[in-house]
Ligand binder design. Structure first.
Ligand code: PLP
Length: 352
């Protein structure tokens, strides 16, 4: 059943599939073309080094390493942390479980175990960590070695784990002898939503991965951060995976500018709230977003996406719902336009 019964052709499409669609603007392209560069595989690229130092400082970590993608950052961290016969814990539907093609298992060597969201969407409890962090397992059992957190939790709808809850999870993991990796692809969003520095959300972790290409306009790039010895090992693993680049300063220059734009994410969060409120007024079943991801529950996801597509609005699916992600390339006026298009196209049965 489709809620759209009128066909109007919209030539301008509004892309809310992901914040990864943001494009480098003119200022960023100029900064990229002016970047000072060197051979990063031979002896470090100066702009990449500047970005790594700046990111490490913001994250409260000793050192950081530029990597081409968030997926590679997570894989490098898990490869350094895990051995065959190990198990790692992560919240259900974490990106490392659902969207990285199982590389945590078949490349990093860890058996994944999903923890239920007992505290809230995307949020796990300390009791769950304790229950699965089996210290005295028999020799033939998996050895639980790592807790992999995700803040914000993408598929739960950009949900935020606050610093006190994060600290409790980390200390429960530590007490159980686990290492902790944080998938912070959107850690910047969490820090803006909570109005705390990013370093307040990395307290106690061994490693963290953050992205520059989500909502900040950088075309490519993530960082994986930890101790200096971790980063030395991570550099070797990055090379094994073919992720060592030469004159990467061209990309790092975009990353440096992206870091200066973190405060702008507040606009995306306001736009997400505006979108959610507007959808609710139109009869959609939607909660209040915590950051830049809006999830609307719909009975027929494919039909809802088709209807949106017909009015030139692009979104994606999550189980049982449609996901809209706000970002810097869709201003408030376009959010209003999205709502106007949905309203003008709908029949008497909204969001059906
Ligand atoms: C939570 C999370 N982790 C990791 C990634 C992977 O990042 P990339 O697409 O740069 O590989 C994503 C991508 O959307 C993500 O949402």
């Amino acid at each position: 059943m489709l809620w759209c019964d009128r066909i109007v052709t919209y030539t301008r499409r509004i892309d809310l599939r992901s914040d990864t669609v943001t494009q480098p603007d003119e200022t960023m392209r100029v900064a990229m073309s002016a970047a000072q560069v060197g051979d990063d595989v031979l002896d470090h690229d100066p702009t990449m080094r500047r970005l790594e130092e700046e990111a490490a400082a913001r994250l409260g970590m000793a050192a950081a390493l530029w990597v081409p993608s968030g997926t590679m950052g997570n894989l490098i961290a898990l490869t350094v942390h895990l051995r065959r016969g190990d198990r790692f814990l992560a919240p259900r539907a974490a990106h490392v479980l659902e969207a990285e093609l199982g590389t945590a298992a078949w490349l990093a060597g860890g058996m994944p175990h999903a923890l239920e969201w007992t505290v809230g969407p995307g949020r796990i409890g300390v009791e769950d960590v304790r229950a699965f962090a089996t210290a005295s397992a028999p020799y033939y059992a998996l050895h639980t070695r790592l807790l992999c957190l995700e803040n914000t939790h993408n598929f739960a709808g950009g949900t935020v784990t606050p610093p006190d809850e994060h600290a409790l999870l980390v200390s429960a993991a530590r007490e159980a002898g686990l290492l902790v990796h944080l998938d912070g692809a959107r850690l910047w969003n969490a820090s803006i939503a909570l109005q705390v520095p990013p370093a307040a959300l990395t307290v106690g972790v061994d490693t963290v991965q953050v992205c520059l290409s989500k909502g900040l306009g950088a075309p490519v790039g993530s960082l994986v951060a930890g101790s200096t010895s971790f980063v030395a090992e991570a550099r070797r693993v990055r090379k094994m995976l073919g992720g060592g680049v030469r004159q990467g300063g061209v990309l790092a220059a975009a990353g440096l500018l992206a870091l200066e734009r973190i405060d702008d994410l507040a606009v995306d969060h306001a736009n997400a709230r505006r979108l959610a409120a507007g959808l609710a007024e139109l009869g959609w079943e939607v909660g209040v977003p915590e950051t830049n991801i809006v999830i609307a529950a719909v009975p027929d996801v494919a039909a809802a996406l088709t209807s949106l597509d017909r009015v030139g609005v692009q979104a994606t699916s999550v189980p049982g719902g449609v996901r809209f992600v706000t970002h810097r390339d869709v201003p408030e006026a376009d959010i209003n336009e999205v709502l106007r298009r949905i309203n003008s196209a709908r029949s008497t049965s909204p969001a059906a």
